[in-house]
Write a protein that binds this ligand. Structure first.
Ligand SMILES: [Zn+2]
Length: 554
C-alpha cells in the first residue's frame, strides 16, 4: 500500500506512548505496568479500524524490547527500537490473521516460540485481526497462551472482540482503543501543519478532522491529500479549498444555514441549501451535520459542558450560542434532529432538508416560555381562545375554551339570552320548561324536554310529541300545573295543546342536549385541534394535545 499520501502517516506515526492521541486511559495502564514490572504476557487491543491498535502494540513491543527497558519511554535509537519501528526486528513478528488463519500457521508459531529470542529480551508476536483465526488455530494459540514460556509476549489486535472465544478473552489483558475526539485530531493536525510549515486555516483543519471520523491515520492521509494538491504560492489552505480537494462539504455552509434558521431568515436558509447543493453536498449527510451543529450550539449554551471540539470551534460556538435563547436552540436542534429521519426516507432529500429548514425558521420559538405564550396569543388574534398551558414532563396540555362556543348549561344560556335579545320560539320554550322546573315539577319539565314547540302565543302553547312517546302522558297528567307555571312566565294564561307527530321531533330540547353532550365528549379534542390558535400553540411549543377541558369545569 504505497501511495504518495502515506507520507505524513508514516512520518508522524506515534513512536511513544505520549504520541498516542486520545488514548490516555490505555497509555496510563501500560505505563504503570511497565514502571512496576508487572507486565502481562498477552494483550488484546480492541477498537474500530484506523484508531491505532497495531500502532499501540508496536509501541508496547519497543517498550518491552528497548535495550534500556523494559521502560515506558523506549530510547528510540537502540537496535530493537530502530528495527521494530522499521518492521525488521527478527524477534518481533507481525502476523495478519486475515491471511494466515490456518492451524498450520499457529503450529509453526508455537514451534518457533520454543526457542529463545535471537537478540531481544522477548519474542513478541503481534497478531492483527486475531478474530479471523480458524477454530483449530485458536485452540493451538490457546495452548501457548495457557503455558506461555517467559520469553514470549502476545500482542493481539481486533476490531471484533465478540468473535473471540471466551477462553482467549480470559487469558489476555484487554485495552480498548477509542476513536479520537475531533478536538484532539484537529490539535494534532495543527501541530503537524506547523512543523511541515504549511499554512492551513482552522476551517480546513476542522474539515479534515470531521472527514477522518475519529481515525488519526485517516486524518493524516487526508491532510497529505490537501498538502499535495495545494499550490504553496496560493498562501493558506482555506476551508473552501479543502472542501474542493477532498470532495467534502465545507462546514461553514452548515454554520450559515443554522445561523439563518436561528435568525428566522428563510431566504438565507434556502440560499445556504442552494450553496450546499452547488458544492455537491449529500443532503442526508447535510441533515446530520445540521443537527450536529445545532446540538453543539445547545451544549455551548449550557454552562460547564465540555465539548471535544477544536478550540476555535468552541470559541465561535460559545459566541453564537450566547446570542440565542436556550429554548430556541433546543427547539431548532429538535426539529433538525427529527428532520434526519424524514430526509433519509425522502425521495428528494434536498426538498426534505428545505422543508425542515422552513419549519425550523417559522416554528422554532424565539424566546422564553412567557414570550412564547405571548406569541401564541398574538398569533391567535382577536378570536383567541384563552390558552393556558402547563408543561408536564414533555407533554403539552392545552386547556381551551373558545369564547364563542355555546355554553352547555341551558340555565346559564337562558338567562344570558333573556337579558340581551328577544327570544325566539326555542328560547321561549326553554324558558317555559325552566318555569315548570322552578315550580318543582321536575318530572314534567324533563318530559317537556322531549317535545318540540310549535307555537307560543295567547291562543295557546302548542307542542308536538313523537307518536306513542310516553312523555306525552306525563305532560297530559300535569296539564293544570303546567298551565299555571306557563302563566307565571308568560304573564298571560294560555291553554296547553299537545299534538302527535309521525316523525321523530328533531328539535326537542332533549335532542339538542344529547347532541351537545356528544359533541362535547367526542369532538372536543378534534374541535380544539382545528382551532388556529391551538394549532399555533401546538406547533410553536412543540407539544401534543393531551386533554381539553372547559375552563368552567375547573
Ligand atoms: Zn531503545
Amino acid at each position: 500500500m504505497t501511495t504518495p499520501y502515506l507520507v505524513l502517516a508514516r512520518k508522524y506515526r506515534p513512536q511513544r506512548f505520549s504520541d498516542l492521541t486520545g488514548q490516555e486511559h490505555v497509555v496510563r495502564t501500560l505505563v504503570n505496568a511497565l514502571k512496576s514490572g508487572r507486565v502481562a504476557h498477552a494483550f488484546l487491543f480492541t477498537g474500530p479500524r484506523g484508531c491505532g491498535k497495531t500502532t499501540s502494540a508496536r509501541i508496547l513491543a519497543r517498550a518491552l524490547n528497548c535495550e534500556k527497558g523494559p521502560t515506558p519511554e523506549p530510547c528510540g535509537v537502540c537496535g530493537p527500537c530502530v528495527d521494530i519501528a522499521a518492521g525488521t526486528d527478527v524477534d518481533v513478528q507481525e502476523i495478519d490473521a486475515a491471511s494466515n488463519n490456518g492451524v498450520d500457521d499457529v503450529r509453526a508459531l508455537r514451534e518457533a516460540a520454543k526457542y529463545l529470542p535471537a537478540r531481544d529480551r522477548y519474542k513478541i508476536y503481534i497478531v492483527d485481526e486475531v478474530h479471523m483465526l480458524s477454530g483449530p488455530a485458536f485452540n493451538a494459540l490457546l495452548k501457548t497462551l495457557e503455558e506461555p514460556p517467559g520469553h514470549i509476549k502476545f500482542l493481539l489486535a481486533t476490531t471484533d472482540p465478540q468473535k473471540l472465544p471466551a477462553t482467549i478473552l480470559s487469558r489476555v489483558q484487554r485495552h480498548n482503543i477509542q476513536l479520537v475526539p475531533l478536538g484532539k485530531i484537529v490539535a494534532r493536525l495543527r501541530e503537524i501543519a506547523q512543523s511541515e510549515k504549511v499554512a492551513v486555516s482552522d476551517a480546513a483543519l476542522s474539515l479534515v478532522g470531521r472527514q477522518a471520523q475519529g481515525s488519526m491515520r485517516d486524518a493524516l492521509s487526508l491532510l497529505d491529500q490537501l498538502f499535495s494538491a495545494h499550490d504553496p504560492a496560493a498562501g493558506e489552505i482555506t476551508g473552501e479549498e479543502g472542501a474542493e480537494t477532498l470532495g467534502a462539504l465545507d462546514n461553514s455552509v452548515v454554520r450559515e444555514i443554522v445561523a439563518a434558521v436561528l435568525a428566522r431568515d428563510a431566504a438565507a436558509a434556502m440560499a445556504g441549501a442552494q450553496k450546499a447543493y452547488d458544492q455537491g453536498a449529500d443532503f442526508k449527510r447535510l441533515a446530520e451535520d445540521l443537527a450536529a451543529h445545532a446540538r453543539n450550539l445547545v451544549l455551548a449554551s449550557l454552562p460547564g459542558v465540555k465539548q471535544d471540539l477544536p478550540d476555535h470551534e468552541v470559541r465561535s460556538l460559545a459566541q453564537e450560542a450566547a446570542e440565542h435563547d436556550s429554548a430556541q436552540l433546543s427547539r431548532v436542534f429538535e426539529l433538525l434532529q427529527l428532520a434526519q429521519d424524514e430526509v433519509s426516507k425522502a425521495a428528494s432529500p434536498r426538498h426534505a432538508v428545505e422543508v425542515a429548514l422552513l419549519r425550523a425558521v417559522y416554528l422554532a420559538p424565539s424566546g422564553s416560555l412567557p414570550e412564547l405564550v405571548a406569541r401564541v396569543e398574538a398569533l391567535a388574534g382577536k378570536e383567541a381562545p384563552r390558552v393556558t398551558r402547563t408543561l408536564q414532563a414533555s407533554a403539552l396540555r392545552a386547556t381551551v375554551k373558545p369564547e364563542n362556543e355555546h355554553e352547555h348549561d341551558s340555565e346559564h344560556e337562558d338567562e344570558h339570552e333573556h337579558e340581551n335579545r328577544p327570544l325566539d320560539l326555542k328560547g321561549r320554550w326553554r324558558q317555559l320548561i325552566e318555569a315548570v322546573r322552578a315550580a318543582r315539577k321536575a318530572g314534567a319539565a324533563a318530559a317537556l324536554e322531549h317535545a318540540v314547540p310549535i307555537k307560543i302565543d295567547r291562543t295557546g302553547v302548542q307542542i308536538g310529541f313523537r307518536k306513542g312517546a310516553g312523555q306525552a302522558a306525563i305532560v297530559q297528567d300535569a296539564r293544570g300545573a303546567l298551565e299555571d307555571a306557563f302563566e307565571k312566565a308568560l304573564g298571560f294564561r294560555a291553554p296547553l295543546q299537545i299534538v302527535e307527530q309521525d316523525a321523530a321531533p328533531d328539535a326537542s330540547v332533549a335532542q339538542e342536549k344529547q347532541k351537545q353532550r356528544a359533541a362535547a365528549s367526542g369532538n372536543r379534542i378534534a374541535t380544539a385541534r382545528e382551532h388556529p390558535a391551538v394549532r399555533a400553540a401546538v406547533e410553536v411549543l412543540g407539544g401534543e394535545i393531551e386533554d381539553v377541558r372547559d375552563l368552567g369545569e375547573e
